[in-house]
Design a protein around this ligand. Sequence first.
Ligand SMILES: Nc1ncnc2c1ncn2[C@@H]1O[C@H](COP(=O)(O)OP(=O)(O)OP(=O)(O)O)[C@@H](O)[C@H]1O
Ligand SMILES: [Mg+2]
Length: 218
Amino acid sequence: MAVVESHNLHRFFRTGDDEVAALRDVSLMLEAGEMVALIGMSGSGKSTLLSCLAGLDEPDGGHVVVVGQRITHRSEQERAGLRAEHIGLVMQSGTLVDHLTIRENIALQHELGGRSKTAPIEPILDLLGIRPQADKLPRALSGGEVARSGLAVAIATNAPVLLCDEPTAEVDADTEAAVLCEIRRRCRAGTVALIATHSSAVARQADRVIEIRDGRIV
Ligand SMILES: Nc1ncnc2c1ncn2[C@@H]1O[C@H](COP(=O)(O)OP(=O)(O)OP(=O)(O)O)[C@@H](O)[C@H]1O
Ligand SMILES: [Mg+2]
């Protein structure tokens, strides 16, 4: 079953007289349990696509369906609700709430999705090796620790969809392996993961690679 569907997505950005077509007619289907790498040069449209799939951004054309529900062309509030319920999100920046500790960030995201059980915080801290950082604020962490914490927050949601924008861009090879291992574990449990990446290790380990060039899937 397709858990994430995009149909003919278009997204244009205008600055002055310039227009950039960041997405051109992007259609894709992501099935439960798949680990998919999204590759492409800088500026090719990867982050724009993830933002549209997550309902953070509205496409100028086309639509997105997540877990059977349309997330595009709805109010901000409805999109936020669907996102909290269905999507674990790791963006290039801004995944963590600045004034909350890592532990509090994990708990908050878990609760926002209306999940009754307490978040499985302790095992996630250990899996990603960030237990010593658990009670610190994001600004007290290194780039790699922030990256792993962002992933911890997304994974704790236990959401059926995991959208990750360069989750291993700022980490060493060992940490990258740990992060991939954790994403793979989630996929075995049925989550679909779409990972925008410049890393060949991520692309190698994915079940499928989608390449985007100038806003178009090739
Ligand atoms: N808010 C915006 N306003 C204007 N142009 C934008 C905006 N967001 C993205 N763009 C443009 O859209 C294109 C796609 O950008 P996007 O961030 O999706 O690329 P990317 O593939 O994620 O790149 P990177 O690998 O560097 O993260 C780029 O040309 C970028 O400059
Ligand atoms: Mg990007």
